[in-house]
Design a protein around this ligand. Structure first.
Ligand code: NAD
Length: 499
């Protein structure tokens, strides 16, 4: 059985804690590897080594650091197929989806090639007699990234790119459910010229996370995962004086106005609701048609599209729409929530609970489920299901639909489908949600904008990637200098006293 350890000091090393977790192939239910779960002592040693290595890396000029990013982009492109295959094998998503996972991470690395521009400070010449004032952005030292299972390439790359190119060393604690790709990314960083010890990938569970949170050398923690853990990490990191940005779960609503192009809306909903088996923080899990007539037309358009969905393992070809969910526990949780929806009176229009695939009976597949007439008090509406389950909540008016999305505790993404510019503009301006799509179901901002949710989808005040990421992984120092020549009468750069 393959054993996955850690990536420390520029190479893979075995874990020493004696604790392991199983890594499954979600399509077959087989255990395909064991991943080491690091102890506090392993974490503390890796953090100390990272701190030592960071001194020289932080002092390396930004352009040289950016060249490592440039090389990393070409290596990610070179190994795209290999990375996607390893990703699909542990996560279960289709190969095109896995390539998208790598690609969206790679785009942030491309953005980080511009790190020297992002790190430039500001300068005020002659702020007073002989006085200049300037600010600089300096790395924090050792920072941490703690990432979820659902984007094992993209989110680690979102963390690594800005943190490393800004001159920090990073401890990356990826999800223990699909650890292979982050380990491969670390090896590519070494190949790209990143000095040893600057990126330490430590696999583990709560013990590893707590060791990161309690270690005083770690200056900042970037977390992505479920809301309860985001909340916990944010508070514990803050208590220990660390900077923290913690992104959590989601319940993304898509509002469909009566004037929307219904074919476009239905296509968008099927892709955004069922793609990647609904295991995306930007998946649409709630459809809110405005008016009963719109709802009826929408359901009529959705049904044949959902019937056509092909569910299968990633090995079955590129026409598979989505694969299994990640674990048996995830599958059981999804089925339990679907049952609760039925018990609480929602109409299960498409029932995927009994879905089974010949030859893959032990895989964690869930057929698509479509609910109609869901109400806000139901558990399937309040909770994040993180599976191929789309709930329809019928709204009587635009204001009611807007109010639903605004009142929900999550605020990651949302979308409105309409042909009316006024309504779209009003929606974008009033909604209390971080990422908004207008006739775009999954409005994931590009690398040079920033990504982040509001309300219980995000704790902390700076977003991921874009300029915010460089602000998060650096701190500003402002220097005021006075030189005697500026005080001399007649000096070339003499100014009369300004203060
Ligand atoms: P998770 O919260 O279970 O795990 C995330 C990370 O936290 C992992 O590295 C895990 O090892 C660690 N962890 C788990 N339990 C812990 C504990 N008790 N103490 C300390 N650390 C712990 O999340 P997941 O299931 O891997 O990912 C799915 C979740 O992530 C969904 O809720 C999804 O919406 C969310 N997500 C959010 C975003 C976003 O940007 N907002 C993006 C992707 C995923």
């Amino acid at each position: 059985m393959q054993e996955i350890g850690h990536y420390i000091g520029g190479k893979q090393v075995a874990g020493t804690s004696g604790r392991f977790a199983d890594v499954f192939n979600p399509a077959t239910g087989e255990v395909q590897a064991k991943v080491a779960l690091a102890s506090k002592a392993e974490l503390d040693a890796a953090i100390a080594a990272a701190a030592e290595a960071q001194v020289a890396w932080g002092a390396t000029n930004p352009q040289r650091r950016a060249r490592v990013m440039m090389k990393l982009v070409s290596l990610l492109n070179r190994d795209m197929d290999k990375l996607a295959e390893a990703l699909s094998r542990e996560h279960g998503k289709t190969l095109p989806d896995a390539k998208g996972d790598v690609q969206r991470g790679l785009e942030v690395i491309e953005y980080c090639i511009g790190a020297p521009q992002m790190l430039k400070g500001e300068f005020t010449d002659s702020a007073g007699p002989g006085i200049d004032m300037y600010s600089m952005r300096q790395p924090l030292g050792v920072v941490a990234g703690i990432t979820p299972f659902n984007f094992p390439a993209m989110i680690p790359l979102w963390k690594m790119g800005p943190a490393l190119s800004a001159g920090n060393a990073m401890i990356l604690k990826p999800s223990e459910r699909d650890p292979s790709v982050p380990m491969m990314l670390a090896a590519l960083c070494t190949e790209a010229g990143l000095p040893d010890g600057i990126l330490q990938v430590i696999n583990g569970d709560k013990e590893a996370v707590d060791a990161i949170l309690d270690n005083p050398t770690v200056q900042a923690v970037g977390f992505v995962g479920s809301t309860p853990i985001a909340h916990y990490i944010y508070h514990r990191a803050a208590e220990n004086g660390k900077r923290a940005q913690c992104f959590g779960g989601a319940k993304n609503h898509m509002i469909i106005m009566p004037d929307a192009d219904m074919d476009q809306a239905a296509d968008a909903l099927v892709g955004a609701g069922f793609g990647a088996a609904g295991e995306r923080c930007m998946a649409i899990s709630v459809a809110v048609p405005v008016g009963d007539e719109t709802a009826d037309r929408l359901i009529e358009k959705l049904l044949p599209r959902i019937e056509k969905l092909k569910v299968g393992p990633y090995t079955a070809g590129d026409d598979v729409d989505y694969g299994p969910v990640v674990t048996a526990a995830a599958k059981a949780n999804i089925l339990r929530l679907v049952d609760s929806g039925v018990e609480q009176g929602a109409e299960l229009v498409v029932d995927g609970r009994d879905f089974s695939l010949q030859g893959y009976e032990d895989g964690y597949f869930v057929g698509p489920c479509l609910f109609d007439k869901v109400t806000p008090d139901m558990e399937i509406y309040r909770k994040e299901i993180f599976g191929p389950v789309l709930s329809t909540v019928r709204a009587g008016s635009y204001e009611e639909a807007l109010g639903l999305a605004m009142d929900h505790e999550y605020g990651n993404g949302t979308a409105i489908f309409t042909r009316d510019g006024d309504t779209a503009r009003d929606f974008a301006s009033r909604i209390n949600i971080g990422m908004v799509g207008i006739n775009v179901p999954i409005p994931v901002p590009l690398a040079y904008h920033t990504f982040g949710g509001w309300k219980k989808s995000g704790f902390g005040d700076l977003n991921q990637h874009g300029p915010d990421a460089f602000r998060f992984y650096t701190r500003t120092k402002t220097v005021t200098s006075r030189w005697p020549s500026g005080l001399k009468e007649g000096g070339e750069f003499h100014f009369k006293a300004m203060d």
